[in-house]
Design a protein around this ligand. Structure first.
Ligand code: ADP
Ligand code: MG
Length: 689
């Protein structure tokens, strides 16, 4: 059957449907009503309160008359049942409607009931002529209302028309079931054809939501099945390098080199890691901890354990600035220990690069710290035992697979500050074990946060001046989004110039992504060393940067940042002994959501709370960045609201992948047909094709 086989489907209408993504009869079936009108009950006129409720009434036409004059002219049709009278009123098209009625006709009115004085009326009710008892019976049903579009109304595609098309398709075709029978039974989900009936022709107001659960399950199941398959094909956990024990280096580091004691959270994360590394199986672990929780030290611990056991280790970060910082931290912390550490980034000259690559290949270099440069083709490790990915949410699934490819099933540790709610973690990091570092190191003073308008700029500057006078350092952050990069850079540069004029005695630096590697490095170094008092920056400092002495951050155009981003930025301060301050300066009048976000930042510094709010505001796709998560826009399911269905679907999908990975079994034949193209698309999307 084709769409064009449907009655009254003109070329124009077909075009309108196409614009809404409906190109086949199956697409039409998947256009679900967005609400339903309950007409299962016929009400007696006397019982109607008349305050705007909708109702169906049935009766006989007693009178047809015109009232009013000129533009106020209207048609009034009086309907009477055993209990009272009600007027149907038409303000437009009265000549047309008048011809539809005869005194004594038995009809039904459906519409919104209003009371004027003592009389009840319905404006432009839906009318049905009732000639037989059967008509009356068929009237009492639940009426689906389909989502419209302007194209639909232009081409007169009404709800009624859509509904009749849908029913025609349902009559002529049999929607094929592809979910395994046992799963439908297990969760008491209706079979596909039945579910579609329940959606389009429900017998009760409950049926659509029961049926909808089936379609939610269906899409979540397919998604989870694809994730399970990705894991099976690309991240299957094999036997990994078996470490004997955390050796000398690790011990010396934690005993003699670390200038502080570990928090409980850090200790337990390290103990999880150690267990994994000694297990003989490959580690696939995610360390989650709020900004400032101290994830770097945990990573260093893991790196050293690998080195202690004669393996090489890699530590990958999303930006050059961060990679460099990690390199410096490692060099500093490990001073005097006999470990060869190299920094590998994209910005290095070819001579240096060749030197590093040779040393990595030869095995002299034990720890490589770097950016994406680490996973480039030319990089060959002699014996990679562990890969650590910092700020994992900045990378994609492909990069995770790539770094694993640099060794013989090396251990994998990924770290993230994005505290994602459990349901999301289950979906997105389904191939990882998770350790959470709760709490921050002792002695941190919570950052004080305030919103200040541009009018208060002088006061803010006076505060900044005083703070610098006392030895503090300041970040001034400007937004930078790709679409308006040129304008944004101009903003930051102008801000920098203005600050230089305003504070001629201060040393002020400017850093952004367009600078050359050496320039960035030099500016950051000056800021670390305290030679710069103020650092004007775009969001390049957003992740990871750690300068304990910096204690004030001014965020310009703060309303343009998302909540998680603001939280990450603010995480750059509050790392040392000084009281820290974050001043959010909106660049324009705040929208409702802008105000909400800034207030939230003032209200709380709890990463989980902020993440939850952000997730609510933006929805899962945006929140995680679809690139990293591979999370499709689900059509029916909301992975936060429908968490229970998600967990079920996940469990079932993973179970199925274990028992019949290639969907060979006869009872999975239909599923295989549907799943094959779905999976292909997903793999291509991840770049795993
Ligand atoms: P994040 O988890 O955001 O990556 P970092 O690893 O950058 O945090 O740590 C933040 C700062 O806290 C660093 O300067 C680090 O040296 C310090 N730090 C880490 N652990 C502790 C601890 N247990 N006690 C005190 N300071 C710590
Ligand atoms: Mg970090």
């Amino acid at each position: 059957m084709n769409l064009t086989d449907l009655p009254d489907l003109s070329v124009k209408r077909a075009e309108a449907l196409k614009q809404s993504g409906i190109e086949s009869p199956e697409d039409l079936l998947m256009l679900f009503p967005h609400r339903y009108i309950d007409r299962t009950r016929i009400q007696s006129i006397q019982t109607l309160p008349g305050n705007g409720e909708t109702a169906t009434v049935v009766g006989e036409i007693k009178q047809i008359s015109e009232a009013g004059f000129g533009r106020k002219k209207r048609l009034e049709v009086t309907l009477e049942d055993e209990t009272g009278q009600l007027k149907g009123v038409w303000f437009r098209g009265s000549n047309y409607f008048r011809k539809l009625f005869n005194k004594g006709d038995r009809v039904s009115f459906f519409g919104t009931v209003k009371r004027y004085g003592r009389s009840l009326s319905m404006a432009h009710p839906e009318v049905e002529q009732l000639n037989t008892k059967k008509d009356e019976k068929s009237l009492q049903r639940i009426v689906p209302v389909y989502p419209g579009s302007s194209q639909f109304s232009k081409t007169y595609i009404t709800h009624k028309l859509i509904h009749s098309w849908v029913n025609r398709v349902l009559d002529k075709t049999r929607p094929a079931e592809f979910l395994p029978d046992d799963l439908l039974k297990r969760h008491s989900l209706p079979e596909r054809g039945k579910a579609l009936q329940m959606i389009h022709n429900p017998q009760t107001m409950q049926e659509p939501s029961t049926a909808l659960d089936r379609f939610k399950y269906e899409e979540l199941f397919l998604f989870e099945l694809s994730m399970a398959r990705v894991k099976q094909v690309h991240f299957e956990r094999k036997n990994g390098p078996k470490l004997e024990s955390a050796g000398n280096l690790t011990r010396t580091f934690f005993q003699d080199h670390l200038p502080f004691t570990l928090t409980e959270g850090q200790k337990s994360a390290l103990s999880d890691i150690k267990t994994d590394l000694l297990s003989g199986m490959q580690m696939h672990r995610l360390i989650q901890g709020d900004v400032g929780a101290g994830k770097t030290v945990v990573a260093i611990g893991a790196l050293l354990m690998a080195v202690d056991n004669g393996y090489q280790a890699a530590f990958m970060a999303p930006t050059e600035i961060l990679a460099e910082q990690h390199y410096h931290t490692l060099t500093k912390f490990l001073e005097g220990l006999d470990v060869e550490i190299r920094l590998l980034t994209g910005g290095q000259n070819s001579k240096l690069r060749t030197d590093i690559l040779t040393s990595v290949e030869g095995g002299q270099c034990q720890i490589v710290v770097g950016t994406h440069a680490i996973i480039q083709e030319k990089v060959n490790f002699q014996k990679l035992g562990l890969a650590v990915i910092d700020e994992q949410h900045r990378f994609g699934v492909k990069q995770r697979a790539d770094i694993l490819g640099k060794g013989d099933s090396p251990h994998l540790l990924v770290m993230s500050a994005t505290p994602i709610p459990r349901s999301l973690a289950l979906t997105v990091y389904s191939d990882l074990d998770i350790s959470v570092i709760r709490g921050l190191p002792d002695g941190r003073k919570p950052v004080k946060t305030a919103v200040r308008s541009d009018k208060k700029r002088e006061e803010v500057y006076a505060f900044l001046e005083q703070n610098v006078g006392e030895g503090g350092q300041v970040y001034v952050v400007y937004p930078l989004v790709e679409e308006s990069e040129v304008m944004d850079l101009k903003d930051a540069t102008m801000g920098f110039e203005k600050l230089k004029q305003r504070f001629p005695d201060f040393a002020i630096g400017l850093i952004h992504g367009r600078l050359k590697s050496e320039e960035k490095e030099a500016v950051m170094q000056q800021f670390y060393d305290g030679e710069l008092q103020i650092l004007v920056s775009t969001t390049v400092i957003e992740v990871g940067v750690d300068v304990a002495n910096a204690n004030v951050m001014i965020i310009e155009h703060a309303e343009r940042f998302g909540l998680s981003q603001l939280h990450q930025l603010r995480g750059r301060i509050g790392r040392g002994r000084r009281q820290s301050y974050c001043i959010l300066m909106p660049g324009e009048k705040l929208s409702k959501s802008g105000r909400f976000r800034l207030n939230k930042m003032v209200e709380t510094s709890d990463g989980f709370e902020i993440a939850e709010a952000d997730l609510k505001l933006r929805g899962p796709g945006d929140f995680l960045g679809t690139k990293q998560s591979g999370l499709p826009e689900f059509r029916f399911a909301d992975i936060v609201e429908d968490r229970l269905i998600l967990e079920q679907a996940k469990q079932d999908a993973w179970e199925l992948m274990r028992s019949d990975p290639d969907l060979q079994s006869d009872k999975h034949k239909n599923l295989k047909t549907v799943f094959a193209p779905y999976f292909k698309e997903k793999a291509a999307y991840f770049g795993l094709g």
